[in-house]
Design a protein around this ligand. Structure first.
Ligand code: SAM
Ligand code: SF4
Length: 474
């Protein structure tokens, strides 16, 4: 029998439809004065209640929408500075027993070549990713009974084992896989995963049950309680998400916020990250071509901005589902992590045979190489790309991380550490053009660094990096 959390008996559907409807109804047509009050509260970095988030999302006044974006930019700058964490997804298997109406990997898609990477193939993929400069990977899995927690744990070990004198190593492996029981999560914790990530897709239960046609994923509550079980197993960085396009986006944002609140109540810490994939066309997934609730770019940007205000200390993740132009706008209003140079088919980094749009899980909107993405982050935005993993490796995770984040720690540690990883990237992996842009940005950041003691530590380590040392952090 599946083992739910020990909290299981007390756990329920904490994302209650009637409560969310009530919160949505309360601000059918929000007063401008009320919107300004909510934005003033958000500026205090105290987060927002679900009904306040609903009011911002339901606002129709374009000028006030601009004020929402401006406040989100302010919070983003105040908490995260100009740093952006970079990662790549690594698809390990596309074998799947579920029939999610929107996904190209669904069991009923007979046209898809199914592939599960062997240890040797994982090694080849990781070598390519390391040679590009990646240090943080998100491993992605379909759900299949023959591929359980022990096997997933082994794939994590396989990834961490790939190191080379030339290109270093992967320093943080995050996981996006189907929910496990507590024992299963414990196995992942033991092999040193960073964040456990799982998207609830739709918090609206009737929609969820309609779109998950068959397979274990049909069990709404098993998935809803996954983060609780992960916490119980010792994984204190958990990542949530909803798939936008399946149901009313306001409902989904409120679902995410209720989920986050329940985690805070039960574990003292909310989600480490939130993702907001938007439905993309996928092979033989009709619904993905005709989303029941298409989300416009403006609505989507507002979702990102409102999440930034509602959960200011939670990382917001943007994937290559969105195109490069729009990614720029979303970064400004709150995104703190993004993927680059992604492939969404197992084996596609090392084997060009699988690097074709027709076999990917969904269509990638930003197909630039990692080097191009980094050049644009640094050159066009003046943002510092970061591969930093210092907190995780020093045990600053979960509740501990959140407490630190609230005391300005991100600026004190994350920015210098981000600069050090950027320097490492420029030394070892960047094209000459990217290197020139990056070095100029590092010089500017060092010149403007406010704390003289830390500036000294930073310049010392940057010089040591140039002399050949690696993996230095504060
Ligand atoms: N099988 C695991 C699961 O479903 O939780 C994890 C892997 S699944 C490939 C990762 C995520 O991809 C899903 O949670 C879903 O949100 C997203 N996804 C699936 N189909 C998509 C599509 N057509 N467009 C955008 N995202 C999609
Ligand atoms: Fe399988 Fe996940 Fe795709 Fe659903 S979303 S079909 S569970 S891979």
């Amino acid at each position: 029998m599946k083992q739910d959390s020990t909290l299981g008996e007390g756990l329920h559907n904490f994302v209650d439809e009637a409560t969310i409807r009530e919160e949505m109804a309360r601000f059918e047509n929000p007063e401008p004065g009320r919107i300004r009050e909510i934005l003033a509260k958000a500026r205090e970095k105290q987060g927002l209640d679900p009904e306040e988030a609903a009011a911002l999302l339901r606002n129709k006044d374009r000028d006030l929408d601009e004020a929402i974006f401006e406040t989100a930019m302010h919070i983003k700058k105040a908490i995260y500075g100009n740093r952006l964490v970079v990662f790549a997804p690594l698809y390990i298997t596309n074998e799947c027993k579920n029939r999610c109406a929107y996904c190209g990997f669904k069991a009923s898609n007979k046209e898809l070549d199914r592939r599960t990477l062997t240890s040797e193939e994982i090694k080849r993929e990781v070598e390519v990713l390391e040679d590009l400069g990646h240090k943080r990977l998100l491993l992605v899995y379909g759900e299949h009974p023959k591929l359980g927690a022990d096997w997933i744990a082994q794939t994590v070990r396989d990834v961490y084992a790939v190191t080379s004198a030339k290109s270093g190593e992967i320093r943080r492996v995050n996981i996006n896989c189907a929910p496990l029981d507590v024992e299963g999560f414990r196995k992942l914790h033991e092999v040193g995963i960073g964040t456990y990530q799982c998207f609830h897709e739709s918090y609206h239960r009737p929609t969820y049950e309609k779109l998950h046609v068959s397979g274990p994923k049909r069990d709404f509550l098993w998935r809803l309680h996954a983060m609780h079980r992960a916490q119980e197993a010792g994984i204190d960085d958990v990542g949530m998400g909803a798939l936008f396009g399946l149901y009313d986006p306001v409902f989904e944002v409120l679902g995410l916020l209720h989920h986050a609140k329940q985690l805070e109540r039960d574990w003292g810490v909310g989600p480490h990250t939130i993702s907001f994939p938007r439905l993309e066309p996928a092979l033989n997934a009709d619904i993905a071509y005709n989303p029941p609730y298409p989300t416009t770019d403006h609505e989507f940007k507002k979702i990102v901005a409102v999440l930034r205000l509602a959960v200011p200390y939670t990382g917001l993740i943007l994937t290559t589902r969105e195109n490069s132009e729009f990614r720029r706008e979303l970064i400004e209003v709150g995104v703190s992590q993004l993927s680059g140079g992604s492939r969404t088919y197992p084996g596609a980094y090392s084997d060009p045979e699988y690097d074709r749009p027709d076999v990917q899980q969904f269509c990638v909107g930003d197909s630039r190489s990692l080097d191009e993405v980094i050049r644009s982050i640094a050159g066009d935005h003046g943002y510092v790309p970061s591969w930093c993993t210092a907190c995780y490796r020093l045990g600053r995770t979960g509740e501990h991380f959140m407490e630190l984040a609230k005391t300005g720690f991100i600026q004190k540690f994350c920015l210098p550490n981000g600069l050090l990883t950027f320097k490492e990237y420029l030394e070892d992996y960047a094209s000459p053009e990217t290197k020139a842009i990056g070095e100029a940005l590092i010089r500017k950041e060092v010149d403007n660094f406010p704390d003289p003691d830390r500036k000294h530590l930073l310049t010392d380590r940057l010089a040591r990096m140039e002399a050949g040392e690696r993996d230095l952090y504060l």
